[in-house]
Design a protein around this ligand. Structure first.
Ligand SMILES: [Zn+2]
Length: 462
């Protein structure tokens, strides 16, 4: 098996470093054949047993119950393990290292952000995430470096600068900063203040210029942030419609940070396709989402019983009060999602050190299974994520040639092999059952044996 890994790495290295040498027409296509695997295809509620999967270059060429003949292929015997799509994180912030937004505004340079983003990208890939949508703060530079093979990382869908109102959830300026004064986050196009339709148009278009694949609008406030009540209804109907209009110019869509029901309904009616957090989710919202073809992603750590004990909340009376009122309002989410399911993507939303985010990602996987069980969790982490990132449309989607988040013929070859059966023991996908106070996690879960992205193997312990 070492030889296979070496071969694939050699092909990868030569593809990146010596493109003209390997691109000649007589070269046979690169094939990898997975045999003896049980397949989760991204949708089904059980595994397809004893399958073979043939990868050719960066796409899945064949998925079959019958043995596949591929004489030139590198063969990987899955040994009866589970083969499934690479995971998709639908709401991360790879550039934001914490500890707090004011600290980042005051003390962080572009080098700090870039180094943190590089390490976060590698962490995500090695935890089994072959695609990450960034919900604010990241521009196209990280993707260029990943896709050129300069650094390790997932496919990357950045939103560029958060668009938010003065005093809203993307206002990272110092408390004493006068209106209109430029900020560190503004200069780096990580957050922009928008207080009119014209602002939304100007900075929205600039985001696409900077490599955004979609826009992120901050409609609600937050719990641990400085100026904004979580109940905030930021942005007029016209401003949110302006964001949708700019996104539509690019064939793309808007994701909105929305907590209250009023905010969510306004966003959906304005044409927003991805509701972020959406804690006030109920059956009426679910119906409107279906009608509009919209998605929701929610960080389930918000429903963690230990949330009120974390220092950032417990030690700050204003935050504690906000957290208590938020918890009361959000109490129906889990039951409503079970009663009136909507298309829900995986969201970790970690802002912090790589070590802390590695723990939080694993815990978010764990909570998905605790609240919704293995099948819904797997669908959330794969095919729904693939549908969400595809909303970026035919010309802003950096990976437009095939589907993500599924194991089927013609899809991108983003593939994991894990020990055991995640329907019986969900921990094999790399969960952690502890958040605060958890031990640092391994660079990559032992139970994830193969990580392939775009036909290239990044981990193989078989
Ligand atoms: Zn976020």
């Amino acid at each position: 098996m070492k030889r296979v890994l070496k071969l694939v790495w050699a092909l990868f290295a030569s593809a990146v470093l010596c493109m003209p040498l390997v691109a000649s027409a007589q070269d046979a296509p690169k094939q990898v054949l997975f045999t003896n695997v049980n397949v989760f295809d991204g949708h089904a509620d059980e595994l397809a047993m004893n399958m073979s999967v043939l990868v050719e270059n960066n796409l899945i060429k064949q998925v079959s119950e019958e043995p596949i003949s591929a004489p030139g292929a590198a063969v990987i015997d899955g040994g009866g393990r589970t083969l499934l799509p690479g995971f998709i994180e639908a709401h991360a912030h790879l550039m934001l290292m914490g500890p707090s937004l004011p600290a980042m505004e005051a003390n962080t340079t572009w080098e700090d952000f870039a180094i943190h983003g590089t390490r976060m990208a590698e962490m995500y890939l090695m935890q089994g995430f072959t695609t990450v949508r960034d919900a604010g703060g990241g521009n196209a530079g990280l993707r260029r470096a990943i896709d050129a093979g300069q650094i390790l990382g997932p496919r990357y869908y950045p939103s560029a600068a958060f668009l938010g109102t003065r005093g809203g959830h993307a206002d990272f300026a110092n408390f004493s900063a006068p209106v209109g004064e430029s900020t560190n986050f503004g200069r780096l196009n990580m957050a922009q203040e928008v207080d009119s339709v014209a602002d939304v148009q100007k900075f929205g278009r600039n985001n696409f210029r900077m490599g955004a694949t979609q826009l992120k609008f901050m409609q609600s406030g937050g719990v641990v942030s400085a100026f904004d009540p979580w109940q905030l209804l930021a942005g007029s109907q016209e401003e949110i419609e302006a964001a949708v209009q700019v996104a539509n110019e690019y064939g793309s869509y808007v994701m909105a940070h929305s907590y209250r029901k009023e905010a969510i309904m306004t966003a959906l009616n304005a044409g927003v396709k991805s509701i972020e957090h959406g804690f006030s989710f109920d059956c009426e919202i679910s119906r409107l989402m279906k009608k509009k073809g919209a998605y929701i992603t929610t960080n389930l750590t918000a429903f963690d019983p230990g949330l009120l004990d974390i220092p950032a909340v417990a030690n700050v009376p204003a935050s504690l009060a906000k957290a208590k009122s938020a918890s009361a309002t959000f109490a129906g989410y889990i039951d409503n999602m079970k009663k009136c399911p909507a298309k829900r993507g995986f969201q970790t939303d970690c802002v912090g050190s790589v070590t802390a985010c590695n723990i939080q990602v694993a815990y978010e996987k764990h909570l998905n299974n605790e609240f919704f069980g293995p099948h819904t969790s797997l669908v959330t982490m794969t095919s729904v994520g693939g549908e969400i990132v595809a909303l970026s449309g035919d010309f802003m989607n950096p990976y437009p040639d095939a589907k993500l988040g599924v194991i089927e013929e013609g899809a991108y070859a983003d593939i994991l092999i894990v020990d055991g059966n995640p329907f019986e023991d969900f921990s094999v996908v790399g969960t952690g059952d502890k958040w605060f106070g958890a031990e640092p996690r391994p660079e990559s879960p032992e139970t994830i044996r193969i990580i392939m992205k775009d036909g290239v193997i990044y981990k193989n312990t078989l």
